[in-house]
Design a protein around this ligand. Sequence first.
Ligand code: COA
Length: 174
Amino acid sequence: MTNIDIQKVTLKNIDQLQKIGRQTFFETFSSGNTEDNMKKYLEEELSITKLTTELNDNNAEFYFANHDEKVIGYLKLNFGQSQTELQDDKALEIERIYVLKDYQGKSVGQILYEKAIQIARKKCAEYIWLGVWEENESAISFYKKNGFVEFDKHIFKLGNDEQSDIMMKLKLNY
Ligand SMILES: CC(C)(COP(=O)(O)OP(=O)(O)OC[C@H]1O[C@@H](n2cnc3c(N)ncnc32)[C@H](O)[C@@H]1OP(=O)(O)O)[C@@H](O)C(=O)NCCC(=O)NCCS
């Protein structure tokens, strides 16, 4: 798809961020999770309070993918102590890459991913890492296609349900 514009998200865009965050999370995970657990995640993890904290964090960055002035996907990156695990100063975490269902398979995810690589290189990160739900096969294929390899497995909680995340990393060459 052409005409994709990548925009850094600021506090002014918080409502759009909450909207794209909730919609993409719902589209991705509602079929495999209970309504209560979904509701809890959408309300707590994507609340205005939580997003405000994250947008004010110097060690986190959000980017939108826009098409015709509509937000169709987003990216969240974490650095230093804001990484959800490892907290290695030589690393960068891709916490989220999400594209609206209607726009998937059209290179939008790849464009967001390349933005992450560009930022990692600018920060001279030695590697990029991420955690992905073990049942999220399409995201795992997407990351494998981009050269990521599995290095660990961790448990995370969605509401009261314990799920496994596959940890993957990509070493950057300079
Ligand atoms: C995973 C996701 C970000 C990929 O974005 P996308 O825009 O659909 O993917 P793209 O069109 O940019 O695809 C890029 C490449 O990955 C490959 N790819 C994408 N989805 C794939 C899949 N399900 N299986 C195999 N390869 C896949 C594409 O074939 C493409 O490679 P190519 O250029 O050689 O054809 C997107 O599908 C998504 O938002 N999924 C739901 C949210 C999610 O699971 N996010 C990750 C959670 S951490």
